[in-house]
Design a protein. Structure first.
Lengths: 343, 343
DNA sequence: CTGTTAGCGCCTTCAT
DNA sequence: ATGAAGGCGCTAACAG
């Protein structure tokens, strides 16, 4: 394996000069610069990351934590692939690498993160599946490792974040359902304390209030964020004496399961039960009737994540204010939202 | 940030002893050992990975390369989540970390890999989406970085690999279709040179040969491995003068698209066109009629990947033979494979 | 059983 | 514009 010393010996110059040349430091003779770059390329020299990190304290790497045991991920959600692709592209242009740090299902996300922090293997980190009270954020805030959360938390010390507009989507979903005459509007929320569930519920409640519809607690359902969860919910609703006429879902991965359960119960989505799902996604394109849902530009989200992470790094010394952004989503409509049956 | 020196000073012992204690080296007084571990835990000491790697030449990290731009991944395939979860769990038990290295769509997989190799940031690497002729493998073989490929290549120097039994599945699929009376059996193959396409085609041809059915080149279709690809294929087949009566798919992600296109063309899956898909997957559970397909234990595959990777590392000095394994899959049947219509 | 020390590869300061 | 040297944190070889 070739190191900077061998490269320097090969060129009969000192390693200091080689280092300066490779890192675009000023004060290197143009001719020397060219010789060094040429030799490095020919000999296939790439700086050893460990040596460089040890010296500079930086890794030029951004970490993205994914919980591989999370059911929403195992439900065939291609969300992260597209987001990561765009984020990676952006970071690469700026000279950074992106690595995905998978936290497995038998591991504790907080402990996992504490190891990641301590090992100093990334310069900044993005966390996902943010909880309303999220111990990871308290830990990150204490650690001084720059971090960005996808989803905003209420944990004190919360830094920069990007969130989808769960509240706005829920509110608009109620509004669209009301416009079609619905008054008994149910909602499917996560069965855990992930932050988006609270925001979606807030929007749902605001939507009801604006329409003058009283809250019926029996219309608020908790379920795993997966097709299995949706399947269970569909059957629960089908078995009710007084069924809702519309159902709002905080995640699109539940949708195929709801459809399947309704069909088994001989109920027709969009007729016997209207459905408004969350995000349009290629898998849902092929459901019939087409689910009413909202559009999100995943690539733009990925690029934005990259931008904000690098902002964090450059603001390190400047210690800029943490920033938060809510990504708006566009209502697309769909056949699964129909008029109230018999009205 | 606490380092080994501060930890040693805190305990009034030398860093050598601290290092030995933390790494379970023999020759440390039990009492000292305990004191060190206790203090490390209390002060939250975790060894700096860069320092350790620089000294030992090892990172205790396994890299898993994923091409995020790959359409099969963006089609909501939860394949990797489950496999990675199991693999990560296995590696964690053995003291290794797993990192996912995303290669973005605008990057060249070969160049990406050469950078990964050169940076020496992982001890071994797993590559996926293996091509029949795969330049990454030639490069890895030259680099001496231990590697495992998911999918076997014909590139010389191919090391250890695990592959799904694409050939066996295709052959069995033909057999099952023939058993139902089908003779005009089409096949949907990838439109690129990914290795699995060749193996699936081999099995298809063998199956036809065994049944004494002549090969009809017009029954061999190339399409992107995605629901969009399946959608296009469904419409192509629907428009044919002489349609096949059965269609075999080398990937299950095509299935929803095929179903949707057939439905639009007023053809019924399992009646007008029988379908045998590849792998059962939660998303397909909710398609109607249920797709005939095969079962694969993703967790077992992940664990096996972990095992083989660590075998590579321990065989480093011993220089053991490269090993290859084919993972068998079980036929599950399904309603989408029906008798030939009108027969 | 423990302390001391060299050196992994790199960047940066200081001297020339 | 270049060379020389120190040290980032760690482990391992050697000395006691």
């Amino acid at each position: 394996m070739i190191n900077i010393r061998r490269l320097a010996d090969h060129l009969n110059i000192s390693i200091g000069t080689v280092s300066r040349a490779l890192n675009n430091r000023p004060g290197v003779h143009p001719e020397t610069l060219e010789r060094v770059l040429k030799a490095a390329s020919e000999l296939g020299y790439v700086p050893n990351q460990s040596g460089r990190s040890l010296r500079t304290g930086a890794t030029n790497t951004i970490g993205f934590v994914v919980e591989t045991g999370h059911p929403a991920n195992q439900s065939g959600d291609q969300f992260f692939y597209v987001v990561l692709d765009a984020m990676n592209l952006y970071l690469a242009e700026k000279g950074y690498d992106l690595v995905i740090l998978p936290c497995h299902s038998a591991d504790d996300p907080v402990e996992f993160l504490s190891r990641v922090i301590a090992r100093r293997t990334v310069d900044a980190i993005v966390i996902t599946a943010t909880r309303r009270i999220d111990h990871r954020i308290a830990m990150l805030a204490k650690s001084k490792l720059p971090f960005l959360s996808l989803g905003r938390s209420e944990t004190p010390g919360n830094g920069s974040w990007i969130d989808l507009d769960f509240e706005g989507v829920a509110r608009r979903s109620v509004e669209e359902a009301v416009r079609k005459g619905h008054r008994r509007i149910a909602v499917g929320l996560p069965d855990n304390d992930v932050a988006l569930g609270f925001h979606y519920k807030d929007g749902y409640l605001k939507g009801l209030a604006e329409a003058g519809i009283p809250v019926d607690e029996s219309m608020i359902f908790r379920l795993p964020t997966s097709e299995q969860g949706g399947y269970g919910l569909g059957h629960r609703i089908a078995a009710l004496q007084e069924r809702p006429t519309a159902l709002l879902l905080c995640s699109e991965v539940m949708t195929p399961g709801v459809y399947a359960a309704l069909t088994e119960a001989e109920l027709q989505p969009g007729v016997d039960l209207s459905i408004v799902a969350f995000r349009q996604n290629p898998l849902m394109r092929y459901l019939s009737p087409s689910p009413a849902c909202f559009q999100l530009d995943l690539s733009a989200l990925g690029t934005r994540l990259g931008t904000l992470v690098l902002d964090l790094l450059s603001a390190q010394e400047g210690a800029a204010e943490p920033r938060g952004e809510i990504v708006p989503m566009t209502y697309l409509g769909g056949e699964s939202l129909g008029p109230v049956k018999g009205s």
